[in-house]
Design a binder for this molecule. Structure first.
Ligand SMILES: [Zn+2]
Length: 333
């Protein structure tokens, strides 16, 4: 019951989070269990559980369209992961998106679209790029990229990430900072399959892996005091930020700014930082945040998935790396 309540709370929070925050590392590798293989075989013989057998309602901002998962999923893979990524990473993304779709379909509809399961607004559900838009975006690379996307969906047909036989909340993010964050570090609920694990991507493989946000004393103060007028920020910046506390995964959990305790998440939001994995440098006249990675850090790291694929990991191994204690199998719900 606690798990259900916790998952419910997390879901509520997610209603207000854009996908790159959702979206957005190692557990022992596990293979597909004999039981799920049997299920898979039986389902494939009957066609049940395949993407073509699942119908969903997609809100595109003007109308509700009815699509099969086979028609819908290429759009989210196109929209959420660079098509230049390794085939196994694209397959992991396809299975994670399918899992998230079925997770959404098993929950109450979102208030934004009470008559649809998912929408195309990345600020609400997940990015969705139509074939037509992908043609325009990818230009001469369209045929090559589209083939990879379609292959990723087809090769994982019907397969989802399961915990206790149910589709998980398969959140992901762009890149981590050595390790992913546990769900409890970022949201309120600790989910057993969303715990911190190592993630292999680095500055050689991730654009803007390290970023710096610098603010003058005046800029920093204006932003902070707008949110916290009681903060005492005067004179030299070097004493403004104190007691920076880190999570086990090395992200900022809290800090005291001008006498006011705030979370790392709030600082990320206030100053537009790419993640909560940052250090602070205050030299007296300015404040600089040195940031690593991009996104909330929970669940699968997309660049980490690509790095694991380059090491030879399969899409199932990648998913089981980032989602602890899960199995991969067909979902017939
Ligand atoms: Zn939506």
């Amino acid at each position: 019951m606690r798990q259900i309540i916790a998952a419910g709370l997390l879901l509520l929070l997610l209603l207000f989070l854009p996908p790159w925050l959702r979206a957005e590392e190692p557990s022992p590798e596990r293979s597909v269990t004999p039981q799920s293989l049997q299920t898979e075989q039986a389902a494939q013989e009957s066609g049940a559980g395949s993407d073509a057998a699942h119908t969903l309602r997609l809100w595109d901002g003007s109308t509700v369209r009815t699509l099969t998962a086979a028609e819908y999923l290429p759009g989210v893979v196109r929209g959420e992961m660079p098509a230049v990524f390794e085939p196994e990473a694209l397959k992991a993304q396809a299975a994670a998106e399918r899992t998230y779709l079925y997770y959404r379909m098993s929950a109450a509809p979102k208030a934004n679209h009470p008559n649809a399961d998912v929408c195309t607004d990345p600020g609400c559900c997940t990015s969705w790029l139509s074939e037509e838009d992908a043609r325009a975006k990818w230009g001469e690379n369209f045929q090559q990229y589209e083939a990879k996307v379609q292959q990723a969906v087809a090769d994982t047909d019907g397969q989802v990430v399961l915990y206790d036989s149910a589709p998980i909340m398969a959140v992901f993010h762009s890149s981590s900072a050595g390790a992913t964050a546990g769900s409890g570090e970022v949201w309120t609920a600790e989910l057993p399959y969303l715990v911190s694990v190592k993630s292999p991507e680095d500055s050689d493989s991730v654009p803007n892996y390290y970023s710096v946000n610098t603010f003058t004393a005046e800029e920093f103060r204006a932003v902070f005091q707008k949110a916290h007028p009681e903060a005492k920020l005067s004179g030299d910046t070097s004493g403004w930020i104190r007691d920076v506390a880190l999570t086990d995964a090395g992200r900022v959990s809290s800090a005291v700014v001008g006498g006011v305790t705030v979370t790392g998440k709030e600082l990320r939001s206030l100053y537009g930082l790419r993640s909560t994995a940052f250090t602070v440098e205050a030299d007296g006249k300015s404040v600089a945040f040195h940031v690593t990675g991009y996104g909330h850090g929970v669940g699968m790291s997309q660049y980490g998935a690509n790095a694991l694929a380059k090491e030879g990991k399969t899409w199932q191994e990648i998913l089981q790396w980032y989602y602890t204690g899960v199995t991969i199998g067909l979902y017939n719900g």
